[in-house]
Design a protein. Structure first.
Length: 448
């Protein structure tokens, strides 16, 4: 058994081939909805080895076959480890050829696995590569762009991993700033007293780290949310301001700036701050970047909405609820959800690092926010699950407390990305249906 599929990528063959040789390529092309995660990428397409982790401690070891390698035209990988070798009998030939619209990639897979089970994986890879290359084209990153050295906090989080892979496949270098022991490619980051040479040789900083928001909103958790963001941001911004060569400081922020009380009109970057603990935190969080601004660095505060990724955040929770027949409608469901796909979010961070015209607050939300009831309907339809009953409003309050439920799960936020739309930004997944299909690997992703 097997399957053959092809797609055209809008770039020349050398560019597309080089993209596949860079760190992060396997991470970018691995469907997040499958229970396998890349832990090692092959150093060479000719004879390297890529390893994926699987549930129950199993691994998938893919060896690149030198006999199936033709430089800039073809590479081949085969599964070599027991028991997966016997189960799958896997051979994947990747063929690159010139096309009038760019580069045609043909995937020829021979395996015992049913072809139907491979369709979502191949569709995800095709969408991801085409969109990644298209984004780089729009950003002018394929024509002799200057590689940057970027220091990143939060690189091991869901957004950080995706962003790091996207940056490295574009040819940039990423230095991970970690709080634990530093390994190759990392530097130890003391959040309260960063070492004076932490950012030496760095062109830009992207600061993503912070205590996860979700949790019961007691005083201890609220203090952790605040303290993990404000002082570390101020210290890092001050260090960036005093380190020669650093030109850009991109810091994560949140639409919590606008409060959770709702608005009759769409909210954009010109809107006033809201009320509540998260609004207070975000105001101080963004203010903490002021030392970098005062020193003349270009500073971007990325106010993200609800990031939809299949391995972290709210989507796995909502998917589990929907799979049991529960609607993901909370109470009457008549409150706005300002969401964004994980790939659109990393595009915005990437653009913030390289686009000299962006500075200040930028709303990182999809152009079409939805009501919670609409989100619930869309998810159930995508998963082909009935909605037997909604989640009562007291459910989130029991888990998160009244304040946590109102500021997180049931926050009424009709936020629009006005600055990005004015800049002509193109979203990969402007509609919720497209974003859910890509992240969940449902049938609408591959057109059946």
């Amino acid at each position: 058994m097997g399957i053959t599929a092809d797609h055209v990528v809008p770039a020349d063959r050398d560019t597309v081939w080089d993209w596949h040789t860079r760190p992060g390529a396997v991470a970018r092309l691995s469907p997040t909805f499958l229970p396998m995660r890349p832990v090692q990428q092959a150093e060479r397409l000719s004879d390297g080895t890529t390893i994926f982790s699987l549930p129950a401690g199993l691994k998938w070891v893919a060896k690149h076959d030198l006999s199936g390698y033709h430089n800039r035209h073809q590479f081949t990988d085969v599964c070599i480890n027991a028991p997966m070798k016997a189960v799958a009998n896997w051979k994947h030939v990747h063929i690159f050829s010139d096309d009038e619209d760019g580069t045609r990639i043909t995937d020829e897979i021979t395996t015992r696995l049913p072809a139907k089970s491979l369709e979502p994986m191949l569709a995800y890879r095709q969408h991801q590569l085409i969109e990644d290359i298209s984004f780089l084209n729009r950003m002018g990153q394929l024509a002799d762009s200057t590689p940057l050295t970027i220091a990143m906090t939060g690189s091991r989080g869901h957004v950080g991993r995706a962003l790091m892979a996207q940056l490295t496949t574009a040819g940039h270098s990423v230095i991970q700033l970690v709080r634990g022991e530093a390994k190759e490619g990392q530097r130890h980051w003391h959040t309260s007293h960063p070492h004076h040479d932490l950012l030496e040789g760095v062109d830009a900083v992207v600061h993503l780290a912070g205590e996860p928001l979700y949790g019961r909103f007691n005083e201890a958790h609220k203090r952790e949310i605040y303290e993990s963001r404000v002082k570390p941001t101020r210290e890092l911004a001050t260090l960036a301001a005093n380190t020669p060569g650093v030109r850009t400081f991109v810091a994560s922020s949140a639409v919590g700036f606008y409060g959770a009380g709702g608005s009759e009109q769409p909210i954009d970057e010109s809107s006033d701050r809201g009320e509540g603990h998260l609004a207070d935190t975000v105001v101080d969080w963004e203010e903490a970047t002021q030392p970098a601004k005062d020193a003349g660095l270009r500073v971007v505060n990325v106010r993200s909405g609800i990031a939809l990724g299949s391995t972290a955040g709210v989507l796995p929770i909502f998917r589990t609820l929907s799979a049991t027949g529960l609607a993901t409608r909370f109470g009457d469901g008549e409150f706005w959800m300002s969401w964004i796909s994980i790939d659109d979010l990393t595009d915005i961070y990437f653009r913030s690092l390289i686009d000299e015209s962006l500075a200040g607050a930028v709303n990182a939300t999809a152009p079409h926010p939805v009501l919670n009831s609409e989100f619930s309907d869309a998810l159930a339809k995508e998963l082909k699950k009935p909605q037997l009953m909604p989640v009562p409003a007291f459910g989130p309050r029991m888990l998160l407390g009244k304040e946590g439920a109102e500021e997180l799960v049931m926050a009424d936020q009709n936020v629009t990305p006005a600055r990005l739309l004015e800049a002509g930004h193109i979203f990969r997944y402007p509609t919720l249906k497209a974003a859910l299909a890509h992240e969940l690997g449902t049938e609408s992703l591959y057109g059946t």
